[in-house]
Design a binder for this molecule. Structure first.
Ligand code: SF4
Ligand code: SF4
Length: 222
């Protein structure tokens, strides 16, 4: 029939137009900011620093190795290494970042800092409502502003955070076993050293020669 294709096309358009008002799945917009769409797990914006435990300063995983600072393409990470060591969340003495700033007005969200960090210390955040009228200070985030808990990391990237936890737990088991073996070897060495005769004691012992005549008591035979 002449014009059948046009009629079919119009019917399809009408079906879609009406459907977009009644079918929840077809509504492509939400009433932002009152309503927000859930973010996909892989979404990312700017980096944040992960900390373990409840004390952000003590629990920062970052050991200020500065690899991310060197690898960041637009050079928007600024780190100062501490001069001293502090116990981390697990009680191990660590160098820490005395200063760790990221200029998010320069950051291009490439995630290279995350890829190169050997300590799972820096991850990508999903927060996007960051507009400010302070172009410089407002967008230069310091370590306190960047620090977010591991629980937060689990909320925004649950799959990735679980994999990281499993990896860190396996590494800790390995490190503990190595430390235990080293402590055992050191204890065995110390015990062997304690059991061996001391050189001074050995020197003090008289040497008895088999052929040497026994000393006569004083006065005998004189
Ligand atoms: S995401 Fe990319 S640009 Fe941003 S701080 Fe990390 S390495 Fe630099
Ligand atoms: S975030 Fe990672 S790569 Fe960057 S300084 Fe800290 S430990 Fe090193």
């Amino acid at each position: 029939m002449l014009g059948e294709g046009i009629l079919k096309g119009l019917a399809e358009t009408a079906r879609n137009a009406v459907g977009s008002f009644v079918s929840k799945d077809r509504l492509t917009t939400v009433e932002y900011p009152e309503e927000r769409l859930p973010l996909p797990e892989a979404s990312r914006n700017f980096p944040f620093l992960v900390y373990d435990g409840t004390d952000w300063e003590k629990g920062l995983r970052c050991v200020a190795c500065q690899i991310c600072e060197k690898e960041c393409p637009p050079k928007c990470i600024y780190i100062d290494k501490s001069k001293d060591k502090k116990p981390d969340a697990f009680g191990r003495p660590q160098i820490y970042p005395a200063k760790f700033d990221i200029d998010i007005s320069v950051c291009m969200s490439c995630q290279i800092c995350v890829e190169v960090c050997p300590f799972e210390a820096i991850k990508m955040d999903t927060q996007y409502e960051l507009s400010t009228d302070d172009r410089f200070g407002g967008l230069l985030l310091d370590r306190k502003e960047l620090a977010k808990s591991n629980e937060y990391y689990h909320q925004i990237h649950p799959t990735e955070a679980s994999e990281v936890d499993a990896k860190l737990a396996a590494e800790k088991v390995k490190a503990d076993a190595k430390a235990k073996a080293a402590a055992g070897a050191a204890a065995a060495k110390a015990a062997a050293a304690a059991a061996a005769p001391k050189p001074a004691e050995a020197a003090a012992k008289p040497v008895v020669l088999a052929d040497a005549p026994a000393a006569k008591p004083q006065g005998e035979g004189d």
